[in-house]
Design a protein around this ligand. Sequence first.
Ligand code: TXA
Ligand code: MG
Length: 324
Amino acid sequence: MLETRILGADAVDEAARLLAGGALVAFPTETVYGLGGDARNGRAVAEIFAAKGRPSFNPLIVHVGNPTAARALAVFSDMALRLAAAFWPGPLTLVLPLADDSPLSPLVSAGLPSVALRVPAHPLARALLERFGGPVAAPSANPSGRVSPTRAEHVQAGLSGRIAAILDGGPCKVGLESTIVGLTGEPTLLRPGGVAAEDIEAVIGRPLALPRAPDADGGTPRPNSPGQLASHYAPAAALRTGAERPRADEVYLAFGESRGTGAATVLNLSPAGDLTEAATNLFHLLREADRLAGPCGAIAVAPIPEAGLGRAINDRLRRAAAPR
Ligand code: TXA
Ligand code: MG
């Protein structure tokens, strides 16, 4: 159990130092408090999921201090540039194709080839991001399944003992998460939020598409709820889970001790059997296993304990293994 420190507005330096050391710091944005960690540090990102108790890896929003820093992380179309100019800093998140040589941990975008970017307007958030000087992954700073926090006390109530510090900037003005617009294909409203869809449509000069979600009453399309996005990284190779013993022709993704498995190729999610380390390595090693197996090959994954981050890892593996 950590002792969670409450930091005031004069402690931005200390908060930035904590982030640089790989620790988690909750900080205010104009929408809601975010649970921040260095987006380049896979372990810090894995610890965000662990602190929230998330049973699956939703992709996270990456926060930067200014639009120039954002442009280094993703491919900006003309439309993306126009939206950034109109609404950043502010409560708009853009989902864009990842830049080549992106320094971001693949866990941030749950293995997707895209990234959600936002330049928040809150002065303390901007001061922290500028001081830290790098991208910060930050979902809302609440335990999974609970209401988003709009005051430092809310964060404290939910996450105290699980994170290094909370930067207290008072109540959030917007109190509702950012609007998320997907620009990897046709411009799509992925989540309504702090910027009205009409204002976005006025800037791009066309209506935003709504992603289709399964709808019991067969009614109108509605935005997917976060985490329900068609975002499941599936390898080209066949994949089976819970494999105690791989076959000789399978690439084996081991967890813990893995001598004498019989597989020709063994990659290890965590030789020490550490779930945080396994989460950190998951998307990278899935890709690596896929590459080594080839499109007609097969991947076998060792059993992962169904506890803590293991639940999120297994959720993702089940999706990757699902018939397609
Ligand atoms: O206002 C906000 O946006 C707050 C503050 C802290 O900035 N953050 C926030 O993050 O709400 P979070 O993690 O609760 O919401 C992230 C959502 C995901 O569930 C998903 O819907 C979407 O953003 N998302 C992130 N990356 C994506 C990607 N690569 N493709 C599609 N959707 C993505
Ligand atoms: Mg949230």
